[in-house]
Design a protein around this ligand. Structure first.
Ligand code: ADP
Ligand code: MG
Length: 253
């Protein structure tokens, strides 16, 4: 029943910093189940973004294995790689930095659609309009530029861009951390709606434990590049097993 979408096995991502090797992700293993939201928490610098970027293919793993839909990612054909790059999408933390300021919103949303030749002409425009409406904006916004929008609206544009290529799996890297508290819940609600309607699977990286508890089925706790604990969301909060998790939870006001 709980079909596995992605299996991560002994994944490592090291960075060379001077003569040192920095173990940003160090021997991490876990699975992501189809349709779930797996929360990922941990203090700043614990390796959450590096793990997310490695999963979506923005970083090359130093070592380890990722099995997606039963197949080792390293053995993908070029065609399978292209498909993986389409169905695995990332939503970034800072909606100001992640949208090209020189591109119109419609073209930003359609970038992946164009790259994967999913639609052209009127169909392309229709899809841009309906995506904008789906994320709570207006079709007409396609003609404007990112700077004309608030942080929350820009994050909605980032979400529309991810949705445009019909993804199955979305890595959301602290998608609300840069937003005003008053609009954080709106963006979370949108993501929950989308997950329900489209059967998406999420890896939801977050700083705010309260938010992550609300949105996640299971939660992984990272510290210094490794997983300390991975448990059902409710269990993690009621019975944290690892001392690090206990300390993290006791820090919540
Ligand atoms: P988090 O998202 O949990 O805050 P990161 O994944 O951003 O953590 O960073 C984990 C560690 O890897 C940090 O020590 C960070 O400085 C380092 N790091 C991240 N990206 C790079 C990079 N491109 N080059 C060198 N070090 C990096
Ligand atoms: Mg990060």
């Amino acid at each position: 029943m709980t079909e596995v979408l992605l299996e991560v096995e002994n994944l490592k991502k090291y960075f060379n910093v001077g003569k040192q090797s920095l173990k940003a992700v160090d021997n991490v293993s876990f699975s992501v189940r189809k349709g779930e939201t797996l929360g990922l928490v941990g203090e700043s610098g614990s390796g959450k973004s590096t793990l997310g970027r490695t999963i979506v293919g923005l970083n090359e793993a130093t070592d380890g294995k990722m099995v997606f839909e039963g197949k080792d990612v390293r053995t993908f054909s070029n065609k399978e790689k292209r498909k993986y790059n389409r169905i695995v999408q990332m939503i970034f933390q800072d909606p100001h930095a992640s949208l090209n300021p020189r591109m119109k919103v419609g073209d930003i949303i359609a970038e992946g659609m164009d790259a994967h030749k999913l639609a052209s002409g009127k169909e392309r425009m229709d899809r841009i309009y309906s995506l904008l409406e789906r994320v709570g904006l207006q079709g007409e916004h396609a003609k404007r530029y990112p700077h004309e929008f608030s942080g929350g609206q820009r994050q909605r544009i980032g979400i529309a861009r991810a949705l445009a290529v019909e993804p199955k799996f979305i890595v959301a890297d602290e998608p609300i951390s840069a937003l005003d508290v008053s609009i954080q819940a709106q963006v979370i609600n949108l993501m929950e709606d989308l997950q329900r309607d489209m059967g998406l699977t999420f890896l939801f990286i977050a700083h705010d434990l309260g938010m992550v508890k609300h949105i996640s089925d299971r939660i992984g706790v990272m510290y210094l590049g490794s997983f300390m604990e991975l448990a059902d969301s409710d269990d993690l909060f009621s019975e944290p097993l690892h001392p690090y998790t206990q300390a993290l939870l006791s820090a919540i006001p």
